[in-house]
Design a protein around this ligand. Structure first.
Ligand SMILES: C[S@@+](CC[C@H](N)C(=O)[O-])C[C@H]1O[C@@H](n2cnc3c(N)ncnc32)[C@H](O)[C@@H]1O
Length: 160
């Protein structure tokens, strides 16, 4: 059947709200075999925490100024300039990432939900990490209203 042969993503998406949840997820989702890409690393504060839990991490940001500062603050870590929407440039980083962390300004509001989903879909398709953790209250809100038919909560409209 055609549907059986269609490409289906295996990447898990984890939506977090706020930087506290974003960082709290590291302990649960990152292990010492992981190669992690952080997108939107700013000065590398979260990159440094990720580094304590994984094999390798690369912090990236669209702003050369913040990358410069991240390098000064964390000389032991690797940083690069990357615009998240330039997925070809992300491929050119040449590494195989098992986990991706995304914390980009401009993706927080509820109206940015479609941008968030398309970004996740793009990275999951091209880099095929096991999981992408994203700081997006919009996605978390959306995901909390979703479940796969037959695997969802006990609650259903017909049940009291
Ligand atoms: C809230 S800060 C990140 C904080 C950081 N993750 C931490 O935990 O300390 C958001 C960052 O997203 C970056 N950013 C905005 N648009 C981006 C894009 N298109 N690609 C990559 N980074 C982007 C900004 O330059 C900014 O440094």
């Amino acid at each position: 059947m055609a549907n059986e042969r269609q490409f289906k993503l295996k990447t898990k998406f984890i939506a977090t709200r706020g930087v506290k949840e974003y960082r709290a997820s590291i302990e649960e989702w990152v292990n010492d075999r992981d190669h992690v890409l952080e997108i939107g690393c700013e000065w590398g504060t979260t990159t440094k925490i990720i580094a304590e839990h994984c094999d390798s991490v690369l912090g990236t940001d669209v702003s050369p100024e913040v990358i410069e500062r991240a390098r000064v603050r964390n000389p032991e870590l690797k940083f690069d300039v990357l615009d998240a929407f330039d997925v070809r440039a992300a491929l050119d980083l040449g590494a195989s990432f098992t986990k991706i962390y995304i914390d980009m300004s401009g993706l927080s509001g509820y109206r940015s939900l479609l941008d968030v989903i398309s970004l996740l879909n793009m990275y999951a398709t091209v880099l095929r990490p096991e999981a992408i953790v994203i700081k997006s209250g919009a996605l978390k809100q959306f995901a909390s209203n979703c479940f796969a038919w037959g695997q969802g909560p006990e609650w259903s409209p017909g049940k009291s």
